[in-house]
Ligand binder design. Sequence first.
Ligand code: AMP
Length: 436
Amino acid sequence: MKSFDSIDLFAPLKKALKQLKYEIPTPIQAQTIPPAIDGIDILGCAQTGTGKTAAFALPILDFLGHEEPPVKSKRPVSLILAPTRELAIQISQSFAEYGKHMRFSQALVYGGVSQGKQIAALKRGVDVLIATPGRLCDLMQQGHISLDSVEIFVLDEADRMLDMGFLPDLRKIMAALPKKRQSLFFSATLPPKSRQLAKELLFNPVSINVTPESPSVERIEQKVVLLEKAKKFGYLDEVLSGKSVDRTIVFTRTKRGANQVAKKLNGVGIRAVAIHGNKSQNARERALAEFRRKKVTVLVATDVAARGIDIDGVSHVINYDMPVEAESYVHRIGRTGRAGAEGIAISLCTPTEKEELLAIEKFIEQRLECDEPFGPIRFVNAPKKKQGGSRSRGGSRGRNNRKGRSGASASGSKPTRNSSAKRRSQKSRRKPAAAR
Ligand code: AMP
């Protein structure tokens, strides 16, 4: 595997990467960064935990470092859209880390807090704007921001954005972007709706799919515990009292469930905090900070709230309730086993959750090891093995999807090559994008 030294990155970025002890690019970084710094559009199928933040942040910072585009009031040079505030904040922190030896400005725009500071930051002008779709649309409508100077646009966790109902906002945002731009699209999975969105957004993209061989998920030891509902909490308590348990994320299906489990855990002396959409922005940030500092060792979360949580050293993920959508299983267990560490994922499955278990096994094309610590469970001794790979993930390996691209933009017209690529291709240090 090549090191970061072999990638032609702006020197201050390399210095920061050294300090962060990033030596070898992860697969998504190795495949994304070189074409992205050449100004080429990217269709990346990768989940959180694979290093995708650096895969898009480094090319953007490289562009800012080399090109030094002028900072204009209300007109960001690059835009990163993320589905949740938590993810937006984490992306912003990553930009700050990677870009700490260079001059650039960034701002965050998300809902749930007052607009004042966000508007002031936009007015001063920023190189990098990281935003959630709803608040960005509000600020666009009010005239506090224009996207007509965006050179590089990143859509992160596109599948989750669609699940969260952001499509109308995404369309407004895409329509406001200039036609000459570079777009980077990342999605953990590529169901037809995401694929369609990618098609509208991207022009001749390089397709990268690292999901099937995601090293983080492979390192995770997965186990299913078959038990009656009444035994769930006792079992959870037992697991969390074990010596090897460090930081744990417990997933529940509902917000109410998350509150109840957190309360019961605190009742038995295990420091836990719930994180879900009903909590205020401050409460969610406080919960994450406490979890990071190990003031609490258990985070009890719902799927949406936990999406994009970027905390290393999560030893266990426990599915207190089986995920309703099979895809969420992969997102959930991906919270552990990050950055090369090993992790354990335990799913508590009651007789009524059999269907969910079967759907997960079919989705991941793998039979999960089942344990019955309280004796045989009526519904099944061993879940039925999946039938064929009808729902294999991704499937966009290779570059076939670059053929026959319509090239239609969100507004219906054909986008032209982006200006950043053109400028970069003029420089001898970069291979002209057109010569690929
Ligand atoms: P991400 O998928 O961007 O959320 O990154 C997952 C974790 O991997 C984060 O904690 C990053 O700091 C870490 N990471 C990303 N790239 C590398 C790398 N090349 N070497 C070591 N750690 C990395």
